[in-house]
Every structure is written in structure tokens, then in C-alpha cells.
Design a binder for this molecule. Structure first.
Ligand code: SF4
Length: 436
């Protein structure tokens, strides 16, 4: 077999990051080796994200730039392969527009990559397939953290979202294969296992629901922490909270995207819950887990968002007091139902509202992070930090902590005293190592 080298660039969400680990696993099982420089690769893969227009523009810009580097391709110059959601969305169209793209491969077709690359016939392969990537050994790059996909696709059709069109309908993985993967990861020393899916709460395989899977995952993980993303406010339920309460290794963090504080806008977004429903779930969660760290996503300037709707979002932030929030201005995506909605909000208004909300939330985040000063928290050392004399770590609540010194191996649990915070990043000094 001829050894080929590959280089990969990854864009977008955790699902894409993990897909890139799956792609690497598929390629390396077939004799490919990874290189750090696109110039010395036989094949360059771009794993693309279509969720926001900006991300799509970036990856297409990169494809075009790489195409320019190897214009009028000569023998021995790299193949360029576009994978991921943009590939699925545009398929053959991309081959017509970008003459230097060789292959366009959707998220369900990665098993075919070695053959497609070795054949090097210019084509788009973007079928939706039923299977998943069970049996593939992903090449994980985040030790001591590991992603485990529990489901692929989504059935929700939120009106602004392209995911159901590019990742297909929801498919849950077999519980047995998930639990086996978690057990293996724990035995290999992974200490933070994140269950991944577009809407993990609607996981169902035969009779196994998400809370039941979470319970089994916690047992299989041993001393490793368990996280899960992304939760949907309509499907997140009491049973899940009960499992979180009953298991020590399930992290006290919930990312629960609310998207807007206005019922009218939530309806236009097709989110399937009201603010009263959402508020009730937060109350139930905080009653059961007072130390829960709560984060969310919000979109500003969705079509039809009046000043009153926007003020409702500000009031919701003020009321819930999230520990952190990921805020975005609305970005039109062709092919989604929101694309055709009337009452488009001008770009400058979307941006003004975004800026206002960012400033507002920044104050809350700072205040809540500041409350941790002098508290002792257990953190997981994850690796090096930007400065060579520091290390990065995460709390159970998924807060980033910078530790002075380089004393600990990644994967060590350490008790630290928080000395200060800068937004979502905290600084701490170690006070002891936890035995596991
Ligand atoms: S739940 Fe909504 S926002 Fe999330 S992936 Fe599915 S359609 Fe998109």
C-alpha cells in the first residue's frame, strides 16, 4: 500500500472537531500519516461548518486560497478535499465553482475517504446514510478530554438552522457501543468524557432514554468526569437532573440555549417551548443542584424582533444570571425557513443589540466569576497554557482556570484556590492533588 500524507484544517463546532478525529482515524487505519504543513501533504482536507455564513465564507476562502497555490496542478501536488456541512450543503456545485477542489464529501460518507482519495476521481459524495462511525477508532487530540458521539443529525428544524438539512435526521447510536467506548477511554486514562449530539436529550435507542444512558455512562466512566452537549430546553427533563444529582462524576454544568427571551420570537424560531417552560426547568435544576453552572446561546436581531422582544431577552439575562452566554447576531442561511421571513432586522440593529447584550452579560459573568475568589475548587489539568510557566485546567462547571507552574501531568485532578477572574478565565494556585 502506498503511504500518503494528509493535512487537515477544521472549522466549527465540537461535532466537527470530533468528526475530524474520526476522519483521522479512518485515514490512519488505511496507512495515511499526518503532516503539519499543507505544502508537504499528498492530500489537504478542510472540515467545514455551514452553521453561520461567516464560517462558510472562511472555509470557501481557504479552499480558494489553496486552489490558488496549486493552480494548474502538477504531478505530486496535493489533492484538495472539502468535507463537512458546507460539502453536504452545496455538493457538486462546489466542484463547478472551485476548479481546484478535487473531492467534496459529506458527513455521512467519511468511511469512503481513503478509496476516494486513492482513486482521485473528481466527484461529490454527499449521500445521507443510516449508519454511524461505530467501530472506527478516532484519533483523539484533546487528552485528557474525549468526545463521544451519541447521536447524529437533528429532527427539530429550528427555523434559523441549517443542521437538519446538512446532517440529516436524528439517529441514536447503540447504547452498548457508547458504553464500551467510554469504558475504553476511562481505562486509557481519559478524565473528561463529553457526550455529543445536536440534541442529546432526545437520545433514544430501543428502550434506552438519555437519562438512562447518562446513568450508564457515569458508571462506565469510573473516575472520569462526564459532560454532555447540546441540551434542548424542550427535552431537558427532571429525570436527567435526578441522574446528575445521583452521580458524583457528572459535571455540574448545563449549556441550555434559550436563544431569545420573547415567546413570539421563540415561536418564529420554532423552538417548541415558552419562557415560562424554560424558567420552570431552570428553577427545578437550581433547586436540585444549587451549584450548577449555567450557560446559554442567544441570537440578536432575528426577523421580527421588536425592541420589546429584545428587552425581554435583556430581562431574562438579568433574571437567570447565566455564568456565561454565547451571543450571536442573526445570520441568514439560505435553505432555512427563517430565510423567507419578513420583518428583517437591519444589520446595524442586530449588531447594536449584540454589543449591548455582550456588555450586559459581561458584567454578570464578571460578578459571578468574582464570587469564586478564595474558593477552593477541584480542577482537571488539561495541558499547557499560553505562557510557558502556566498550565490550563477546567472546573467541573467548565470554567477555564490558569495555574501558575507546570507541576502536573494532564489528567491530574488538583484542588486550587481561585485568586482572581477575568471574565470566564480564572486564575488559581494549587492546594493539593486529589487521589483517584
Ligand atoms: S436543535 Fe435546532 S438549533 Fe440545534 S441543531 Fe437542531 S435544528 Fe439546529
Amino acid at each position: 500500500m502506498i503511504i500518503m500524507t494528509y493535512y487537515m484544517d477544521v472549522y466549527g463546532c465540537q461535532m466537527n472537531v470530533h468528526d475530524s478525529e474520526i476522519i483521522a482515524g479512518i485515514l490512519e487505519a488505511d496507512g495515511f500519516t499526518n503532516v503539519d504543513n499543507p505544502g508537504s501533504a499528498d492530500v489537504i482536507l478542510l472540515v467545514s461548518c455551514a452553521v453561520r455564513e461567516h464560517a462558510e465564507t472562511r472555509v470557501l476562502g481557504r479552499a480558494s486560497q489553496l486552489g490558488g497555490l496549486w493552480q494548474n496542478r502538477k504531478q505530486g501536488e496535493p489533492l484538495i478535499v472539502l468535507c463537512g456541512c458546507v460539502a453536504q450543503e452545496h455538493g457538486q456545485d462546489l466542484l463547478d465553482r472551485f476548479q481546484n477542489l478535487d473531492l467534496v464529501v459529506g458527513p455521512d460518507c467519511y468511511r469512503d475517504l481513503p478509496l476516494l482519495i486513492r482513486n482521485s476521481t473528481r466527484q461529490a459524495l454527499v449521500e445521507f446514510r443510516k449508519g454511524d462511525y461505530t467501530g472506527i477508532d478516532p484519533l483523539r487530540k484533546r487528552f485528557p478530554g474525549a468526545f463521544v458521539t451519541i447521536m447524529r443529525g437533528c429532527n427539530n428544524f429550528c427555523s434559523y438552522c441549517i443542521v437538519p438539512y446538512v446532517r440529516g435526521r436524528e439517529r441514536s447510536r447503540s447504547g452498548d457501543s457508547i458504553i464500551k467506548e467510554i469504558r475504553d477511554l476511562s481505562e486509557k486514562g481519559y478524565r473528561e468524557i463529553t457526550l455529543l449530539g445536536q440534541n442529546v436529550n432526545s437520545y433514544r435507542e430501543l428502550d434506552t432514554s438519555f437519562p438512562e444512558l447518562l446513568d450508564m455512562a457515569s458508571d462506565a466512566a469510573g473516575s472520569a468526569w462526564i459532560r454532555f452537549v447540546t441540551s434542548h430546553p424542550r427535552d431537558f427533563n427532571r429525570e436527567t437532573v435526578e441522574v446528575m444529582v445521583s452521580k458524583d462524576n457528572i459535571c455540574n454544568h448545563l449549556h441550555l440555549p434559550v436563544q431569545s427571551g420573547s415567546d413570539g420570537i421563540l415561536q418564529r424560531m420554532n423552538r417548541g417551548y415558552t419562557i415560562a417552560d424554560y424558567r420552570e426547568k431552570i428553577r427545578m435544576l437550581r433547586d436540585s443542584i444549587p451549584e450548577i453552572v449555567l450557560t446559554t446561546d442567544i441570537i440578536t436581531g432575528f426577523p421580527g424582533e421588536s425592541l420589546d422582544d429584545f428587552q425581554r431577552t435583556v430581562s431574562l439575562l438579568d433574571e437567570i444570571r447565566y455564568d456565561n452566554a454565547f451571543l450571536f447576531k442573526y445570520s441568514e442561511r439560505t435553505g432555512t425557513s427563517a430565510y423567507d421571513l419578513a420583518d428583517v432586522i437591519p444589520e446595524h440593529v442586530r449588531l447594536e443589540r449584540l454589543n449591548y447584550l455582550q456588555e450586559f452579560q459581561r458584567g454578570i459573568t464578571l460578578e459571578k466569576s468574582g464570587e469564586l475568589r478564595n474558593r477552593i475548587l477541584n480542577v482537571l489539568v488539561t495541558g499547557s497554557a499560553k505562557k510557558p510557566d502556566q498550565q490550563a485546567a477546567r472546573t467541573r462547571g467548565n470554567r477555564m482556570v490558569i495555574l501558575q507552574g507546570t507541576d502536573y501531568e494532564p489528567g491530574t485532578f488538583v484542588d486550587v484556590r481561585i485568586t482572581r477572574a477575568d471574565g470566564w478565565t480564572h486564575f488559581g494556585e494549587p492546594v493539593g492533588v486529589e487521589d483517584i
